[in-house]
Design a protein around this ligand. Sequence first.
Ligand code: ADP
Ligand code: MG
Length: 396
Amino acid sequence: IYPGSVDAAGRPATLGVLGGGQLGRMFVHAAQRLGYFTAVLEPDAQSPAGLVSHHHIQTDYNDPAGLAQLARLCQAITTEFENVPAQALQMLARTRPVAPGAAGVGIAQNRIEEKAHFTACANLSGVTCAPYAVIETPAQLQAVLDDRADLLPGILKTARLGYDGKGQVRVRTAAELAAAWAEMGSVACVLEKLLPLTAECSVLVARGWDGQVVSFAAQRNVHVDGILAVTHAYEGNMPPALATRARAAAVSLAQHLDYVGVLCVEFFVVGEGEHADLIINEMAPRPHNSGHYTLDACNVSQFDLQVHTLAGLPLPEPRQHSPAIMLNLLGEVWLDASGQPREPDWASVLRLPGTHLHLYGKAQARAGRKMGHLTITGPDVASVQTVARQVAGLLG
Ligand code: ADP
Ligand code: MG
């Protein structure tokens, strides 16, 4: 699908996205820069992506009329969140190229299938996931209580719909586990062993319809309360051999899935140095918060690659031209110590060298809500770190 082209019926080349959050907004920006028209399917009238798209179809994600309209408007369709119903993707795929496909998205939206997939790929990828057990029935809970003391202390995670640390409870004892599962409504869960993490990292891979695959170097991520807070993207952010292993594992997973689109694979690091253990945590079938620095620090961003994969354009080899630190801007930045609204001191922040502010157009600031992010680039790692500290001080 060539950018700027017009089909026989006179319709401009249009790319569609399911979901209207900030990831969709940045996809829309990238698509529009290449001259594509865009369509967003999202029920919320004031969504970050809907506000900036040529077309905004305001229906539910599985509304047949809305999906049919999206298919009519668009030459190809992607998604910006993993909880889009698999049937919606399947329905769209009957008449239009859809990437990623329902299979990959289906695996990523269910922790049980995801871990089974990681385990099946372990020989290929060279990484395993944390020790875990599936808890879907009272009998499975009992079996874990009886025989899997090795998983405690652990984290009980709902199989579906968890994000930013939601749908997770830390449990220390068998009694706490039983109570937590009941508290979660006895829904399908996994119990995962709590690991002594020394670091976390992620890798972004983009793969085209023809199997061409490119990737970014591993970035190191710092989470606070289960939400990404800071991404460190520069040489030396982690031991090079570890970064290489993570990158190779992520690429092999994308290939094994026959994946088309942008895939983010998250890893845990346990231990120190080159020989630390690398453990696969989860994958996201879309661009990822930890890849936002690519907008300002690389020749091509994760969103550009999402557009290129979807449209069937060649994938440029990513090259980072500047060290970068990305700071997530949560609602707290707009609230003072007593929870009253305040305007952050952007003038002081933007006066600092190499600051790139991205706001998502969300009107309401709430604690924990992702309102924007700020990337700091600079000539060397030390100056980027210095500015990052100054920004954190101004916004803290
Ligand atoms: P989400 O879908 O909310 O991102 P994750 O499974 O990635 O869920 O968990 C969020 C964060 O919680 C992780 O980035 C990590 O910091 C912490 N965490 C999750 N699982 C474990 C574990 N098994 N051991 C230690 N920390 C964990
Ligand atoms: Mg995660």
